[in-house]
Write a protein that binds this ligand. Structure first.
Ligand code: PLP
Length: 282
C-alpha cells in the first residue's frame, strides 16, 4: 500500500518522498518530532502537542516553518487522503534543520528546514486488552542529558527498547543514578498505598502530554498524586506501575524484570484512571 505523506509543502506518495543526503536530520539527527494521536479522525490534545513542538524547536533554535493551523490542515488532509477517518492513528511530524552545502557540525541560521508528516498506527490495545497487563524491564538510562527535547536522535532509546523486546517486554524503564526517569517512549507512574507517584519534570524527562492529562484527572477527581523522585527500590516495591504515552495510552505493567508487580494483576487505581481517560477521549 502506498500511503500519502506530506513533504515540504506537497502531499505525495510515500515511495516518492525523498530528502537530500546532506539533510542534517540524516547526517546528525539534527531535528525534532512530535506525535499527535488521532481517534476516529479527530486529533486528541492537538494544542498541547503543538505547544511542545514549539518548545523543542526553540531548544534547538529552529523557527517553526508552519503555523498551528497549517499543521492541523496537514493532519486533516492526510486523514482524508489516506482514508483514516475510523480507528486509532497518529500524526508523526518531523522538522529537521535542513540540508547544508557541506557536512559541518555548526549550522547557518538561513537553512531551510525539512518538514515531513505522515500517519502512523495509533493505540492498538482495547481497554480489555490493556486490562491483562504487560511486562517491562528496568535498565540503566544511557541517554544524553537533554531528554526534554523531543529530538529525532533516539539511538539509546532504540537500543533499550530492543533489549526489552528481546525479553518479551513492552517497555524498558530507565534508571539514572538510582532514580527512575521514564520509559524509552513513555512516562512512568507508580502507585503505592493508593497514592499515584510520578517523577518530577527535569531535563532527563520528556514532558508527556498524557502525563499532564493524568495529573490533571487525578487532581480533578481527588485521587492522591505526587510528583516525587522514584528510586529503583520504590519501583521494585510498587503496588502498581503504569507507562503512559499518546500511543501507549495508560499501559499497566504487571511484571517487572520477570517478577510480579504487587499481586501481579492490574490495580484498582489504574482501573479508575483508565475510565477517566477514556471519558476524555469521547
Ligand atoms: C521518551 C518519552 N517520554 C514520554 C513520552 C510520552 O509522551 P506523550 O504522552 O506526550 O506521548 C514519549 C512519547 O513518545 C517519549 O518518547
Amino acid at each position: 500500500m502506498n500511503n500519502i505523506v506530506y513533504l515540504n509543502g506537497n502531499f505525495i506518495a510515500q515511495n516518492e518522498a525523498c530528502v537530500s543526503i546532506m539533510d542534517r536530520g540524516f547526517l546528525f539527527g539534527d531535528g525534532i518530532y512530535e506525535v499527535v494521536p488521532i481517534f476516529d479522525g479527530k486529533p486528541f490534545g492537538f494544542d498541547e502537542h503543538m505547544a511542545r513542538m514549539e518548545k523543542s524547536l526553540a531548544a534547538i533554535q529552529i523557527k517553526n516553518p508552519l503555523t498551528h493551523s497549517e499543521w492541523r490542515k496537514i493532519l486533516e488532509t492526510l486523514v482524508i487522503q489516506n482514508n483514516k477517518k475510523i480507528g486509532n492513528h497518529a500524526l508523526y511530524c518531523q522538522i529537521t534543520r535542513g540540508a547544508g552545502e557541506t557536512r559541518t557540525h555548526s549550522f547557518s541560521s538561513d537553512l531551510k528546514p525539512t518538514v515531513v508528516a505522515f500517519l502512523t498506527p495509533g493505540s492498538t490495545h482495547s481497554v480489555t486488552e490493556l486490562s491483562r497487563g504487560f511486562s517491562a524491564i528496568s535498565v540503566d538510562d544511557s541517554r544524553r542529558r537533554d531528554c526534554y527535547i523531543k529530538a529525532i536522535a533516539l539511538l539509546p532509546n532504540i537500543l533499550h527498547m530492543q533489549e526489552a523486546k528481546l525479553k518479551g517486554a513492552i517497555e524498558a524503564i530507565l534508571i539514572r543514578n538510582d532514580e527512575t526517569t521514564e520509559g524509552t517512549s513513555s512516562n512512568l507512574f507508580i502507585v503505592k498505598n493508593k497514592k499515584i507517584l510520578t517523577p518530577p519534570l527535569s531535563c532527563h524527562i520528556l514532558s508527556g502530554i498524557t502525563r499532564d492529562l493524568i495529573i490533571r484527572l487525578a487532581k480533578e477527581n481527588n485521587i492522591s498524586i505526587e510528583e516525587v523522585k522514584i528510586t529503583s527500590n520504590m519501583l521494585k516495591t510498587a503496588d502498581e506501575i503504569w507507562v503512559t504515552g499518546s500511543v501507549k495510552e495508560i499501559c499497566p505493567i504487571v511484571v517487572l524484570n520477570e517478577k510480579p508487580v504487587g499481586d501481579g494483576k492490574v490495580g484498582a487505581i489504574w482501573k479508575q484512571m483508565i475510565q477517566l481517560y477514556e471519558a476524555c477521549k469521547q
